[in-house]
Ligand binder design. Structure first.
Ligand code: C2E
Ligand code: CA
Ligand code: CA
Ligand code: CA
Length: 279
């Protein structure tokens, strides 16, 4: 093993110690975040490129820490997962999103679809499907409008139980999207066996699409793969008009990203939607 210099070794230990203490502090604070109403749900529109309209939204969680600063999921999702808090927080996010979008849909000509991210840890909860069913009933949200976004890593945990859950959700008419597609480890044969509806092309392939022939090739390949497998396809992290143009030329159906809209609270989403598609 490498032997670190004495000074740098203790320096790193202090750093680790500080990071660990911060993590513990955040975990303690997150334990009361739900009852303190610090968990917020934002929505980012999905834009149908050919129809040129917003067809759905993705729910994205935010933590309003001490009700004074907005913290992004990269800073706290892993804490929620490791502590198991993601089970109750995930349930809250789903309920809040279904109730917000059900209410908004009542004033729109065409209802928005809603996509919610599910963590691999939520798939280990034997009550997951029952909770989803209850929330849909409680909020009167139509299951055909709900999509769950999962990552390829979910399948790696326990394929049989993942398959069972996905089949149950599909039987309820809920759709299933593979998030960050192209960055995980799933084999094409599992993609074929799972009851999927959508592939979301990871932002990392979209970012340099204009300049890198290879990236554009990958994007094109995922679009044809989706086409062959009869799946919808969404490009994520679209930031420029050039990217939309390329996606359009390659017959990518939907796009999501800052070019269309940043994630916003339900009030701002309502303003965007009611001006575009009033009843
Ligand atoms: P994700 O599911 O891949 O979500 C897309 C992320 O990209 C979001 O970050 C979104 O705000 C960001 N994004 C969208 N368009 C653009 C763009 O044009 N440019 C750039 N630079 N970024 C863009 P966010 O909200 O910080 O979420 C990060 C990750 O945290 C998500 O990645 C997802 O894996 C996880 N996450 C977020 N909300 C939830 C949730 O409710 N439950 C679970 N389990 N995970 C969540
Ligand atoms: Ca997602
Ligand atoms: Ca994604
Ligand atoms: Ca991503």
């Amino acid at each position: 093993a490498k032997k670190a210099r004495k000074g740098s070794y203790s320096f790193y230990r202090e750093e680790d110690d500080r990071a660990l203490k911060l993590r513990h502090k955040n975990e303690t604070m997150l334990r009361s975040a739900l009852e303190n109403e610090e968990i917020l749900v934002y929505y980012q529109p999905k834009f149908h490129i050919h129809e040129s309209r917003i067809t759905g939204v993705e729910a994205l969680v935010r933590w309003n820490r001490n009700k004074s600063e907005i913290v992004y999921p990269d800073e706290f999702i892993s804490i929620l997962e490791e502590s198991g808090l993601i089970i109750s927080v995930g349930e809250f996010i789903l309920r809040k999103a279904c109730s917000d979008i059900a209410e908004l849909n009542a004033s729109l000509e065409r209802p928005l679809k809603l996509a919610v991210n599910l963590s691999a840890v939520q798939f280990t909860d034997p009550g997951l499907v029952g909770k989803i069913r209850t929330i849909l009933e409680e909020t009167s949200f139509p299951s055909e409008l709900l999509e769950v976004e999962i990552t390829e890593s979910i399948a790696m945990n326990d394929i049989a139980s993942t398959m069972k859950i996905l089949n149950e959700l599909t039987a309820m008419k809920i759709s299933i999207a593979v998030d960050d597609f192209g960055t995980g480890y799933s084999s094409l044969s599992y993609l074929q066996k799972f009851p999927l509806s959508t592939l979301k092309i990871d932002k990392s392939f979209i970012d340099q699409m204009q300049n890198k022939e290879e990236d554009q090739g990958i994007v094109r390949t995922i679009i044809s793969l989706a086409d062959i497998m009869n799946l919808n396809v969404v490009a994520e992290g679209v930031e420029t008009g050039d990217q939309i143009e390329i996606l359009k030329n390659n017959r990518c159906a939907e796009a999501q990203g800052y070019f269309i809209s940043r994630p916003t609270d339900i009030g701002s989403l309502r303003l965007i939607m009611v001006s575009k598609d009033p009843k």
